[in-house]
Design a protein around this ligand. Structure first.
Ligand code: URA
Length: 428
């Protein structure tokens, strides 16, 4: 006979939980028999004591089994998805999903909303007038099967890994997010349950990421690649730099506009490079070798799939994107070389300008965010525009300006230490 207290104390004292204990506790939690305070205590014991590979795999499996597992194996095209652990200016899914669909794969992507300083893909797409994040599983299948669309980015239904949904909400408010087994099982339970055949993980490392150190990111990537592979999902991870924001915008409609530039064959080099690197990994995992995604960007096929993908979810791809009511441009206070542009400062300021939310369910401002006019390595002169802040709430401008005090460092050219965008790759 199991009890919540016996499972909590077993882990508190450094024990390894049995399969039966894990299955019971997650099932009883989903049914409401294990109370939130008991699950929070167990999460804290896991943060402090860790979980073995076997425990993490079983925990992931039990979270998948708390709901429904989707299955797209009958589709005529291979399915492949990408998941990013979250960064600042990380709009890559927007050009990537239609690009990979244009190359012949089906992309079923269940995405999330932003919380804190990292943005969420659904918040970005919701800046497009009419676009709907909530679609039925049947409609999702229809879109994936349609070769002129082939990509869906939508919210996970309530029946997809419900144990994770409840547990993540508790972890968020009990200081128990930072645990590699809990993060890995949380992300992978949703990705495995969404029914993708292959998965590419973009594990962000640096100031603007969840994980600041390369060794931590590698550990998380390894845990997730193992979980995916063991569950029959071909999984690979790239470790990518997040010390400086991706691209030149952070904020919802600003990032959609920048993604459109990429789909039109332009856009910032870092966004294009990472989009193509992830597309190549996705196509390889999907078994579509020998296709160069750069061709589909250059000849407009990715843009055609974007337009079809947006329309399929009620959006108007030709509608004007919302813009904020107030802008303020911050100018360089000295001449020299931009040595650092801080992803965390930019992310926090973007959030405070109204692009992000402090609590689940809060509304976000579609037009709020920051345009970055410089990148590390750029030569600038005093008085030149560095950042433009966008918001509907002008009282947020002094708060954001204060957060951005040290965001852009100006120094000598030899002080620029740019690192490669891709810092490592983890495979099974
Ligand atoms: N994203 C998730 O879905 N779960 C975590 O635990 C952390 C990030």
């Amino acid at each position: 006979m199991h009890s919540a207290v016996s499972v909590i104390t077993a882990k508190r004292d450094g024990g390894e939980l049995s399969d039966a204990q894990i299955d019971w506790v997650l099932d009883a939690f989903t049914r409401g028999e294990v109370a939130d305070e008991q699950m929070s205590a167990l999460a804290m014991a896991i943060v402090l004591r860790g979980m073995t590979r076997r425990e993490t795999a079983r925990w992931t499996q039990a979270m998948i089994e708390s709901g429904r597992r989707m299955d797209f194996r009958d589709l005529p095209r291979p399915t492949v998805d990408k998941h990013s652990t979250g960064g600042v200016g990380d709009k890559i899914t927007l050009p990537l999903a239609p690009l990979v669909a244009a190359c012949g794969a089906a992309v079923p992507q269940l995405s999330g909303r932003g919380l804190g300083h990292t943005g969420g893909t659904l918040d970005k797409l919701e800046a497009i007038p009419g676009w709907q994040a909530d679609i039925s599983a049947a409609r999702m299948r229809e879109i994936l099967a349609d070769p002129s669309i082939g990509a869906v980015v939508c919210a996970a239904g309530a029946d997809l890994a419900p144990a994770d949904k409840r547990l993540y909400a508790l972890r968020d408010v009990t200081g128990t997010v930072e645990s590699i087994p809990l993060i890995a099982s949380s992300i992978m339970s949703k990705k495995i349950a969404e029914g993708t055949g292959a998965l590419v993980l973009d594990v962000k490392v640096g100031r603007g990421a969840f994980l600041k150190q390369l060794d931590q990111a590698r550990e998380l990537a390894t845990a997730m690649v193992e979980l995916g592979t063991d569950a029959g999902v071909r999984t690979v991870a790239l470790l990518t730099a997040m010390d400086t924001p991706l691209g030149c915008t952070a904020g919802n409609s600003l990032e959609v506009a920048e993604s459109l530039d990429v789909l039109a064959g332009g856009g910032p080099a870092d966004v294009v490079d990472l989009t193509l690197a992830l597309a190549r990994e996705m196509l390889a995992q999907a078994g579509l070798d020998g296709i160069d995604p750069a061709d589909a960007l250059a000849d407009g096929r990715a843009m055609d799939h974007w337009r079809a993908m947006i329309s399929a979810q009620g959006g108007d791809p030709d509608a004007q994107l919302p813009s904020a009511r107030h802008t303020e441009t911050l100018l360089a206070t000295a001449s020299g070389t931009v040595t650092h542009l801080d992803a965390l400062d930019i992310g926090l300021a973007t959030w405070r300008l109204g692009a992000g939310r402090a609590r689940q369910g809060d509304p976000v401002q579609h037009g709020a965010g920051i345009e970055m006019h410089v990148k590390p390595g750029d030569e600038i002169t005093e008085g030149q525009p560095i950042l433009t802040l966008h918001t509907d709430t002008p009282e947020a401008i002094p708060v954001a300006t204060d957060l951005l005090r040290d965001a852009c460092t100006i120094g000598a050219a030899e002080d620029v230490h740019t690192q490669p965008l891709i810092l490592g790759r983890v495979t099974a």
